[in-house]
Design a protein around this ligand. Sequence first.
Ligand SMILES: Cc1cc2nc3c(=O)[nH]c(=O)nc-3n(C[C@H](O)[C@H](O)[C@H](O)COP(=O)(O)OP(=O)(O)OC[C@H]3O[C@@H](n4cnc5c(N)ncnc54)[C@H](O)[C@@H]3O)c2cc1C
Length: 420
Amino acid sequence: MTDTDIVVVGAGAAGLAAGERLRETGVEAIVVEAAERVGGRAFTDTSVFGVPFDLGCHWMHSASRNPFRPIADALDHRYLMRSSRRAAHLYLKDRLADDETRAAAWEAVQGAFRAAEAAGERGLDVAAADVIDPPTEWAPLALHWMRLLSALDAPQISTLDLCRYADTGENWPVLDGYGALVARAGRDVPVRTGVAVTHIDWSGRGVRAETSAGTVHAKAAIVTVSTNVLAEGGIRFTPELPVDAAEAIAACPTGHAEKVAISFDCPLPGLDSTAYIDTMDPDDPDRPAINFTVYEDADARPLMIGQLGGSVARGLEQAGAAAMTDFALAALADAFGSEIRDRVHRVHTTHWGSDPLIRGAYSCALPGKADLRARLGEPIGERVLLAGEATSPDAFSTAHGARLTGLAAAERAARIVASL
Ligand SMILES: Cc1cc2nc3c(=O)[nH]c(=O)nc-3n(C[C@H](O)[C@H](O)[C@H](O)COP(=O)(O)OP(=O)(O)OC[C@H]3O[C@@H](n4cnc5c(N)ncnc54)[C@H](O)[C@@H]3O)c2cc1C
């Protein structure tokens, strides 16, 4: 480790973008990543099912203005131009809902989001739970989708933060893997993987970053780790981060989202590959809903990828892979018959919550705290710049938001270097 202009901490979508832009502007930089791979929450695995499986981000949100879309086009990286999240099938335990019922259920989900966003648009910064009122019969589904999109439960979601998320309604699944796309976008950035930053001393001129492979002296640092990593002391700062920044980090915790992927060695009737399905139990309002995306593994077996959000994701992830699998499989056995329990081919579960380098999924401002998010983007002492999804004013919780913050932080850092 050595002297450089900028040290970039973390090589997820934000850190890779920062490294890319610093390279383009001719500013010397060292990018360090604690994990043995780049990408962070953008990670495509192909080893388990023989096809790309995104453990983290999968959908290019706001696709028409998503900076990863032109990159995907240039690299011939395949995605589907599918907008609506609306499920093709809704299973009410063991009953397939008819079109009218499915439309009513989706309208209840949309209505909950509309109510929360309308409160935010009126300037109200309150809990989403206080302003939504989905019809009782569809409440489990509406609450599931809220947990999934914000990674926290409705009582913890700020209406103002929710309405500030800029959404074109285009959510395009990346068939070749969003994680793979993020890594390909940053392929020219030299990254020191397996090197953790333990301490950033910004008490003097510039910064001194202590890492597991030695000390880096730099003029400024771009720190892209999640808000939970920062809040829980994953990196020590000297002096400690200012109160303003610490408050903002606490105001935008990294919520929870996890996936359970199950392949079966029998066909699941009536499902097209790439279809979306929702499931919920109308007989048990306390049983959380779960949605699935249908794919095929490399041998054309059905591959069902279930999504969990908020406290449900957190509780099941903490309970372990078996609990996550049981929960997802119970919904699928209800829908397709209990005999499919004996036809499970392979299972893979994510564990973002207990990964010490991530500690959650994506950020959400707590009620009453939405305005604090803007502070995350403010340089600290003109030498510590926070970047990453949580620092985006309007594309937080996404990979493209992370990329944009990385590019902006690099430009800011280049100006700091030029001014010295
Ligand atoms: C289950 C799930 C589903 C998602 N779905 C979508 C989706 O469909 N679409 C979408 O746009 N977004 C989605 N997201 C969110 C998206 O993946 C993230 O917002 C984005 O990837 C975050 O990028 P980042 O660079 O801000 O942070 P990260 O990816 O977390 O990068 C930070 C990096 O810092 C590293 N690090 C941590 N501590 C240290 C240290 N001490 N020293 C050095 N390095 C360190 C980490 O290992 C990590 O690689 C999803 C996320 C999850 C978890």
